[in-house]
Design a protein around this ligand. Structure first.
Ligand code: C2O
Ligand code: CU
Ligand code: CU
Length: 538
């Protein structure tokens, strides 16, 4: 049903036949009302009045790359051709299926023309960027095979690492898995002044997991567990390569880490006990560095790490690992002895991500700035709804992964999903009692709720938010102990990992742009199962 609606809506937007196409549909009135606010993209053309500083063509199409020894792997891949702007805007990652690194400056006006060279519909979303709703890559704008879509926006974000990836309805997970994703960096003056490591000393680290068959081809979802729990590969790739070793000089580096996996959650730490020095998260630099024994990184989240190899001998090695932790998968699923036990790389086990080797000794290294940035803090006293947080109730059952009691549907805004423009909203993300209903929390967790409950990285489109508080139910406290020191609350975020039994309060601004902004689980299999809803900012 939702598929049909969505296809219709696209047709209707593109053809301008909206009202005719919709007549007779049960959601007629509702849809018509929302239609008034919907921009008609009508084969959206470039706007001649939009004076772009940067302009490029972005292609997505099938390709072949060498990942494992032997046969090449068929993938889907982004590529880009710069038409206007600084040549550093686009940087290819050699022999990787990942799309080129896109580097933008705050304040730039950007025009991107997406060309769909896939055999299926697609649309690209700029995860982390604050752009108008119609430029955000909502599934309603998905274009058919052979189609093009023009995006035009000004870069309003502060410096930070963002992601671009497909967002078509019910096909995001598969398209990302097959290779469609890339890193998008924004830079600004505040960041420039810090003189952080750049060039070869600033290294993107995109962590993904994949499974391959004997012919070196990607294997994807095999059964309903793979959907319900999310798909977990048995091999870690970094920037699209396996068994990665990064050669470094004995000085400080800036590692720009992104969890680009569909479902896998990592607990990142250096293997020799050196703490991780974190200088930024999803929404850019922290005010000051945070030193952590380990950091949790869920799909969609980013981490900016200061890695200082000064004083290390040539030939010495250091490994970034994912350490053991527990509790992110449902205890029931584990009890059933499902595929997770069969996976060569069980979730929450201890395994290496990549290796660093010091190959060159240098005497000079930049120093870590004590103060990194400043940004506005949000306070509960400034929110529009201090007594009535907007709920994001997570519920999961073998049949359905839901937010606020409903699966994704077009133009299906519940009262609290309508948000007044230019307000700050208090939002509470929590597990709904027993996996049922919405909007109210039970005291304890029902038997089913407790056993089915799993971790979900909840992502909200639009502006970055601030985490206000986290609390966890006593039933889940011991599992939670294995992850609790791995969260960073001092920075701006767009994705937050919500553990079983956990409630998280955030404050999020809804400024500048009216329209539809999605919120969903960034476990991409969950997203495609309908664990996605939208806010209508009006
Ligand atoms: Cu990275 Cu709506 O997603
Ligand atoms: Cu996003
Ligand atoms: Cu989820």
């Amino acid at each position: 049903m939702t598929t049909i609606n969505n296809a219709r809506r696209r047709f209707m937007i593109q053809s301008g036949l909206g009202l005719l196409a919709l007549s007779g549909m049960p959601s007629f009135l509702q849809a018509m009302e929302a239609m008034k606010e919907m921009p008609r993209i009508l084969a959206r053309k470039a706007n001649p009045n939009f004076k772009a500083d940067v302009e490029f063509d972005l292609y997505c199409k099938p390709s072949k790359v060498s990942i494992l020894t032997g046969a090449e792997t068929q993938v889907l891949q982004y590529s880009a051709v710069l038409k206007k702007g600084p040549k550093e805007t686009l940087v290819d990652i050699p022999s990787s299926y990942l799309g080129p690194i896109i580097r933008l400056q705050k304040g730039q006006k950007v025009r991107i023309v997406l060309h769909n060279g896939l055999s299926q519909v697609s649309v690209t979303h700029w995860h982390g960027l604050h752009v108008p709703a119609e430029m955000d890559g909502h599934p309603m704008y998905a274009i058919d095979s052979g189609g093009t879509l023009v995006y035009e926006f000004e870069v309003l974000n502060r410096a930070g690492m963002n992601i671009y990836h497909p967002h078509p309805h019910e096909a995001t997970a598969k398209q990302v898995y097959q290779g469609l994703a890339g890193a998008l960096f924004v830079h600004d003056e505040e960041e420039d002044k810090l003189e952080l490591p750049t060039g070869e000393y600033e290294i993107p680290i995109v962590i993904q997991d994949r499974s391959f068959d004997e012919q070196n081809q990607l294997k994807y979802v095999r059964n309903k567990h793979d959907r319900m729990l999310g798909f977990y590969g048995d091999r870690i790739l970094v920037n699209g390569q396996s068994d990665v070793r990064v050669d470094v000089a004995s000085r400080a580096y800036r590692l720009r880490i992104l969890n680009g996996s569909n479902a896998r959650i990592y607990k990142l730490a250096w293997d020799d006990g050196t703490p991780l020095t974190v200088i930024g998260v999803d929404g850019g630099l922290l005010e000051q560095p945070e030193v952590k024994a380990y950091v949790m990184l869920a799909p969609g989240e980013r981490l900016d790490v200061w890695a200082d190899f000064s004083g290390r001998r040539v030939g010495s090695e250091l490994i970034l690992r994912s350490l053991a932790f527990s509790g992110v998968l449902p205890s029931m699923a584990q009890g059933m002895g499902n595929m997770m036990q069969a996976n060569a790389l069980p979730v929450g086990s201890d395994y290496p991500i990549f290796k660093v080797r010091v190959t060159q000794s240098v005497s000079d290294s930049p120093k870590l700035p004590a103060k990194l940035s400043s940004f506005p803090r949000y306070h509960t006293k400034d929110v529009a709804n201090p007594e009535k947080p907007v709920p994001i109730a997570i519920s999961e059952s073998p049949m359905a992964m839901l937010l606020n009691g409903r699966a994704y549907a077009d133009n299906d805004f519940q009262e609290f999903e309508r948000i007044k423009l230019n307000t700050l909203q208090l939002i509470e993300i929590f597990h709904a009692h027993g996996g049922m209903g919405m909007g109210h929390k039970g005291g304890g967790m029902g038997m089913m709720g407790g056993m089915m409950s799993m971790a979900h990285p909840i992502h909200l489109h639009g502006q970055q938010f601030q985490i206000i508080s986290r609390s966890v139910s006593s039933e889940k406290a011991s599992d939670y102990e294995t992850v609790r020191h791995g969260f960073i609350e001092s920075g701006l975020k767009d994705t937050v990992l919500v553990m079983p039994g956990e409630s998280v309060r955030i404050i999020k601004p809804f400024q500048d742009f009216k329209g539809v902004f999605m919120y969903h689980c960034h476990n991409l299999e969950h997203e495609d199962m309908g664990m996605m809803r939208e806010f209508l900012v009006e």
